[in-house]
Write a protein that binds this ligand. Sequence first.
Ligand code: ZN
Ligand code: ZN
Length: 224
Amino acid sequence: MNKLKPSLRQLFYYNPITDCYIRHNDNKLTSNYSTEFLYVFQTQYGEFNENDYKVVGYNIKNESDALFDGYVDNPNEGSICCCTHPIKNFYYIQNIKHNQTWLVGSECVKKVSYYLYQQTLKYKKQHERMAEGRICGYCENVLIDLRKKIQKKGYCDINCYRKSQYKINFGIHKGKILNEFVYTKKGFDYIQWVKSVLKKDRNAFGQYPLFLEIIEEIELELIV
Ligand SMILES: [Zn+2]
Ligand SMILES: [Zn+2]
């Protein structure tokens, strides 16, 4: 779907995989990178207003676990910013009003909007956290506010923390941390046993509500 203004059509191609406009023609139409950057967005949308944009993606070229990796076949594609400046760190900024996304470099963004540049840094940090596995030790959601004590510990909130520490308080496995135990071979059998008991009597573990909650959440995961 090409909705580019005529003067931009020779400069960009649309990648349907990433739903993004990518510059492939590195002949600048203006005098420098910053003016070229603004030229592109002003041509497409009129006046450049930083508040109309948000960062929606980040990637490093050739990164194996790429969020967006539609470019590997042609090394020239996706190696330049919309202003023709060569880039290694890819950022995807979206015009919110028109729902169109563009490949840019953060250093270029910095020159035209410090606000947007801050957003690129924030996005990159988040991406790196994901890559580092900075996710909740219980539910595996990404930890987004590491200033919080509980997130420093590796959990979204106190509920996730409690569930991750919950000890089975009855039967032959009493004292074992349920969240660790269930991922062992014996733990898998245990889950099957709990399920079979629940089938016969839905209230069998009624006095252990947290136990049931955890089993339910884990069971969903096992089924998926
Ligand atoms: Zn640029
Ligand atoms: Zn969590």
